[in-house]
Design a protein around this ligand. Sequence first.
Ligand code: X2X
Length: 342
Amino acid sequence: MKLRSLLALTLAAAALGTGGGAWAQTYKSEYKMSLVLGPAFPWGKSGEIWADLVRERTQGRINIKLYPGTSLVQGDQTREFTALRQGVIDLAVGSTINWSPQVKSLNLFSMPFLMPNFAAIDAVTQGPAGAEIFKAVDKAGVLPLAWGENGYREISNSKHAIRTPADLKGLKIRVVGSPLFLDTFTALGANPTQMSWADAQPAMASGAVDGQENPLAVYMAAKLNTVEQKHITLWGYVADPLIFVVNKEIWAGWSEADRAIVKQAAVDAGQQGKALARKGLVEADKPLVKQLAGLGVTVTELTPAQRKAFVDATRPVYDKWKTQVGAELVSQAEKSVADSQK
Ligand code: X2X
């Protein structure tokens, strides 16, 4: 069935005598999609949904293969954006954190305690700040199509429950490769160390690091309780959205109709992926939190006063990075957040 429709299309293009040849040259038999986390995670699942929708809706004209573990850049997730620009990667669903070394404004989402809840994330990504960020990604050489979500990054560690900044003192915390994270954890008295996700899990298992921060859905799917991460604090200090992107040359090689399909599929997959990323956290009784507690993990929820101590301790970092990210952009985001809480 698929083959027959492919054949029909090829014949139709040849009969029209237009673009048939160009098509054959510009469409690759397979496109490479980079992901840090595979389909066992909401992140990888959203990439898989995107690829499946595109294959289906283009009758197989665009066939995308997933490369989880950022394997196209040997697991070095902070090189993913450059590889996308250079064409080593054709498409990706990537975290704003991993691309922030190349696109400074993406650090917006890593500013501590900017976005208090899911409504705030949506207000920023769907508002003027989100539009500005898409412009910046485009300007940096990669085409952004849609937003997805990794999630609120909660902190876990092997030593003890974290309730106050003092509880972080001296803890060796693995962070992703943006200097903003080093500043935040240093301000909290911790000892942050940068490493890729691939290196992070063995480091937790061996005790080379005490803790890490990632969404609960990631904690769960990666079974971080089995690598000594016995204490989790729900502090919601930052959340990383995902962005669905395509290399610009690849995009230019597709027909208008196929571009529209790829874009709509990204929007659809982003929405589905976002729902998956929030599953278990938006329901009144937060089943995911219960599930974690059921694993014997200590889950600490902060009172507003306890949370405020973390906000206050990281405020100088926020102020410093407001200038670095772009004061205007941050103000736009702050306004969207404020409006979303009314
Ligand atoms: O490395 C991480 O912590 C991860 C998987 O969340 C990202 O790629 C940002």
